[in-house]
Design a protein around this ligand. Structure first.
Ligand code: PEP
Ligand code: MN
Length: 337
């Protein structure tokens, strides 16, 4: 349920409505907007006395939300959520490119890639320190040492860093170093991880599970918002269907769907979304054209010898070419890059 406050409702009126909602055993989530505040209500397993809420001073109307997601929905917050990370605005009219290797493999490797992407205009560097690998015998990431290297990259190049938290145990450590905490596709429905990330005050990049429906994807984001963290960046990273052209299929229509249904920013990951270097640039162009708020792209200075995801990593030269192309496409759809 959503409680829409009058434009002229005071903070005290909003606070009184929240107290009333809480006294009913429910949770109130005040969401201040540019014009008015909306109070999201969660926890209503039984019938709510909506009339009593409606009778409060400053309440304009009550919207009963039929969709299972509430806090992430457009009904709850008509304006786009814009996440400001040290002046970088995600979800605004700019198109944010997050780039870097799949994994931090060594200081030299990460520095070489970071230097190049920073020169190409990137503001957020990515690289996994804790890697979710299909095989236990594959490179698992450098762990804390990888986080330290990311910390050095932040200092040296003034880049923000995004890196994955694999589990609840490593989340706090990852949060110490990361500007954006990634929750990977395989963890999209790791509910204890989502809840714990929801208690942090750091933006979360939530990737869509490989076989998740869009409803399940948005419900996963709902977990994070329901715990009090409003800063979620969604990421479409490809789903498994029986197409044999690529490892996964980037679901481009997920982007306009999410933009209509939710106020949260959504970016596209054409690297994991295809698994093929030669498809990354065309699918990046397409993602920006359909309205993605940004891209997540894997880049490596020596893809042939990468310790993970080498087949989809762009070379440094290809990456520079991509950035130029994206700027042109972004302009066509009224964005900057
Ligand atoms: C990654 O970003 O390196 C990664 C493992 O992504 P995903 O969770 O989408 O597979
Ligand atoms: Mn990867």
């Amino acid at each position: 349920m959503l409680v829409v406050m009058e434009v002229k409702a005071t903070d005290q009126m909003v606070a009184r409505v929240c107290v009333l909602i809480e006294s009913m055993g429910l949770t109130a989530h005040p969401i201040p907007g540019a014009q008015r505040t909306v109070v999201g209500v969660t926890g209503n397993k039984s019938k709510i006395d909506a009339d009593k809420v409606l009778a409060q001073e400053g309440v304009k109307e009550i919207i009963h939300v039929t969709s299972p997601y509430r806090l992430v929905s457009r009904e709850c917050r008509p304006e786009d959520t814009v996440i400001d990370i040290g002046g970088l605005r995600i979800g605004d009219r700019n198109c944010v490119v997050i780039a870097g290797p799949c994994a931090v493999e060594s200081r030299d490797q990460a520095m070489a890639v970071a230097e190049h992407v920073a020169k190409a205009g990137v503001r957020v560097f990515r690289g996994g320190a804790f890697k979710p690998r299909t095989s236990p015998y594959s490179f698992q990431g450098l762990g804390e040492e990888g986080l330290t290297i990311l910390g050095e990259i932040r200092k040296e190049f003034g880049l923000l860093v995004a890196t994955e938290a694999l589990d609840t145990e490593s989340l706090d450590k990852v949060a110490e170093y990361a500007d954006i905490i990634q929750i990977g596709a395989r963890n999209m429905q790791n509910f204890s991880l989502l809840k714990k990330a929801g208690k942090l005050k750091k933006p979360v990049l939530l990737k869509r599970g490989m076989s998740a429906t869009l409803e399940e994807f948005l419900m996963a984001a709902e977990y994070i918002l329901a715990e009090g963290n409003p800063d979620v960046i969604l990421c479409e990273r490809g789903v498994r269907i029986s197409a044999d052209s690529a490892r996964t299929t980037l679901d481009l229509s997920a982007i306009p769907f999410v933009k209509q249904t939710s106020h949260l920013p959504i970016i596209a990951d054409p690297s994991h979304g295809t698994g093929r270097r030669d498809f990354v640039i065309p699918l990046s162009r397409a993602s920006v054209a359909v309205g993605a708020d940004g891209l997540l792209v894997e880049v490596h200075h020596d893809p042939a010898n990468a310790l993970s995801d080498g087949a989809q990593a762009l070379t440094l030269e290809m990456f520079s070419g991509l950035m130029e192309q994206i700027k042109t496409i972004a302009k066509v759809v009224g964005r900057t890059c």
